[in-house]
Design a protein around this ligand. Sequence first.
Ligand code: FAD
Ligand code: FES
Length: 265
Amino acid sequence: MSRYFRAEISANIPLNDNHNLLSLTNLDPMDEPEPGQFYMVEVNQGYDPLLKRAFSLFRRTAEGIQILYRIQGKGTAILRNLKEGAVIRILGPLGNGYPAAPEEAIPVILAGGIGIASVFPLIERFAGKAYVLYGARTGGDLFMIDELRGLSKELHLCTDDGSCSEKGNVVGLLHSLCASRSSCLDHVKVYACGPKVMLREAAKVVSSNCIKAWFSLEEHMACGIGACLGCVTKIKSARPGEEQAFEYQRVCKEGPVFDAEDIVW
Ligand SMILES: Cc1cc2nc3c(=O)[nH]c(=O)nc-3n(C[C@H](O)[C@H](O)[C@H](O)COP(=O)(O)OP(=O)(O)OC[C@H]3O[C@@H](n4cnc5c(N)ncnc54)[C@H](O)[C@@H]3O)c2cc1C
Ligand code: FES
């Protein structure tokens, strides 16, 4: 059962012009989060903005949690201005998180842009086992590279503008990885978070290689607890006789992580 807890900001460090790393110390008891779960964060105690903002667990620390966030609009701009010592209210951890993998699994983890925030704790969990494919628009938007290098079996980077490492995107990297290891894809499990267009293209690659995959989706969220139905997405449902059958599922409750095969794009 997820609940509210108060947390004190111990650091809110700009990583570049539009990304910050927020370190929080929980002041109330907090449920243990799983990789892929998220929090609804009250960025302001008043009514503006009224709605809490959704952020993935980036890292569990000894003191609490860390959140890696991109400044997007009003809510995240307020968050960026919060100083050390400020106390905020947080609801979570929420959602299902990434499923556990069998011992023999070969994890391949895709992160596009701020999607790294969601998969980072999974990379930590796999410690040294995962092939990590991480891309962003430019080199300045790739974060925690040294740590990722230490945590990954192999780290492959790419950028849209070619300013760091290979020019291209993570779907291209996934394609190359599958092509170069086509004889040993049986145990590969893919986990991904990033822009929807990236996930849609990655779904084609995993499907054509018969690879099992789980993708974390993002939708605009008002409540984060399954009550408002504001975050629904189409998920295939196997009703006999209905070839194109789907149902709406809540990204905040049944997700945010879904079996890639089930997502209707
Ligand atoms: C499960 C989940 C996990 C997320 N994890 C992270 C993370 O770790 N780091 C990070 O930087 N961002 C993350 N996001 C996106 C983040 O929630 C939005 O960037 C943020 O809500 C934008 O708020 P804003 O007020 O700054 O932007 P505005 O554009 O002013 O927001 C207006 C409204 O739109 C909603 N909104 C805007 N963009 C998004 C978006 N991409 N997804 C969902 N709602 C949005 C806001 O919540 C708000 O209700 C996550 C989203 C979801 C659903
Ligand atoms: S955000 Fe309200 S149901 Fe998902």
